[in-house]
Design a protein around this ligand. Structure first.
Ligand code: NAP
Ligand code: FE
Length: 365
């Protein structure tokens, strides 16, 4: 067996009411916090109030930055960090989907390195202040990954910041998902599914990451009928949040692969939600593996799918993808994807521009 490394340091609490029950975990992190959220959802789903109640009870003062948009951009995190520096913040609490959780990691790096400016995000050695993560979607797994994905308008794409920032504490309470729309539920669930699949198939997969992904895939399988029917019971919400976190633990070991790398351009250029962008590319990605690949076969077996076409049908059923594309779009995305060789290298077989173009064509035309 090949050697491997396993590292996932986030102190993770799962369960309804877990913030109130385990608020003491935030006590050692400092005396003043910045809460980082999107514009609305954290107020509506109760997560922001649970956090502020906990901070008030602990005697930790706080400020709020509630202007994180979807796929947060560099400008927004720089603005939030300027605010944090004035407020003498000790730690950050990202509440929301992947966008606010990722933003809180980037803001933390910028705040800890005022002398470096934006460069701190592209310098792997930059330190950060502690981050607490409270997911309110079940998709990104950012609460247990070291990744923070930021939109760079200058480059017309998204990129992972260089410093690797795990949350110090994560609170996973599925009740916050009761307010999620069916569309966001399904898009984010497909993000979790693609994390599990891409991690499992990555050239960086190891024995532990694969076993973890297998568990996540089998939990995801039990959620598939609900994603199709739109009937999300509280058990289903629990399982989706668990599958998402397990997907996060898996990609924390391996990173993501082609659907993520290729999907960033669909999100930037056509505003496809992140999970949908990955999902529309997944069937064609799987079909680039040699027929009979044992790992692809194992994924299909766990998901109870006869073949990649059946998985593609499921994805089309649960995603509301109506965007149209031209051959020029595909030529542009293909060129851009070739600029990210480290992502292409996660594919365990030889890969050229021809295969990348074929994935886009089969998925989008
Ligand atoms: P998101 O962009 O965080 O949120 C999508 C939408 O859902 C927003 O409008 C948000 O509203 C709303 N929302 C969030 N929670 C809700 C709730 N409980 N009830 C109702 N509405 C809710 O979506 P996401 O898919 O979770 O995150 C995507 C981002 O994560 C992308 O930037 C992606 O690249 C990144 N990502 C990161 C990792 C990682 O490992 N770090 C992995 C995969 C993806 P508000 O704006 O009002 O909150
Ligand atoms: Fe993702």
């Amino acid at each position: 067996m090949e050697g491997f490394r396993y590292f996932m340091p986030a102190d993770t609490f799962f369960g309804r009411g877990c913030i109130e029950a385990h608020k003491d975990a935030m006590k050692p992190l400092g005396k003043r916090a910045m809460i980082v959220t999107g514009r609305n959802s954290a107020k509506k789903n109760g997560a922001q109030k649970d956090i502020t109640d906990a901070l008030d009870a602990l005697g930790i003062t706080w400020v709020l930055f509630d202007k994180i948009g979807e796929n947060p951009d560099l400008e927004t995190v720089v603005r939030a960090a300027a605010f944090a520096q004035k407020e003498d913040i000790d730690f950050f609490i990202g509440i929301g989907g992947g966008s606010p959780m990722d933003a809180s990691k980037a803001i933390s790096v910028l705040t800890a390195n005022p002398q470096k400016g934006e460069e701190a995000l592209f310098d792997g050695a930059s330190a950060a202040l502690p981050v607490v993560a409270v997911p309110t979607t079940a998709g990104t797994g950012s609460e247990v990954t070291q990744f923070s994905i930021i939109t760079l308008h200058e480059k017309r794409t998204k990129t992972s910041i260089a410093p690797k920032i795990f949350a110090t504490v994560s609170y996973l309470d599925p009740k916050y998902m009761d307010t999620l729309s069916p569309q966001v539920t399904n898009n984010t669930a497909v993000d979790a599914l693609t994390h599990l699949i891409e991690s499992y198939l990555s050239a960086s997969a190891n024995v532990i990451s694969r076993k973890i992904a297998e568990i996540g895939l089998s939990i995801f399988k039990d959620c598939m009928p609900a994603l199709k029917s739109g009937e999300y019971t509280s058990d289903i919400r629990d399982y989706l949040m668990l599958a998402s976190a397990i997907g996060g633990v898996a990609i924390a070991q391996t990173g993501t692969s082609l659907p993520h790398g290729l999907g960033y351009f669909l999100t930037y250029e056509k505003h496809l939600p992140h999970g949908m962008a990955n999902g529309v590319l997944t069937q064609a990605y799987l079909e680039e593996f040699p027929a009979g690949d044992i790992h692809v076969a194992k994924i299909l077996e766990i998901l109870g799918m006869a073949d990649t076409a059946a998985l593609g049908t499921f994805l089309r059923e649960v995603l509301d993808h109506t965007e149209t594309y031209t051959e020029e779009d595909i030529a542009y995305y293909t060129e851009r994807a070739m600029e990210v060789p480290q992502k292409l290298a996660t594919f365990p077989y030889p890969l050229t521009k021809k295969e990348i173009q074929r994935i886009y064509e089969k998925s989008l035309l």
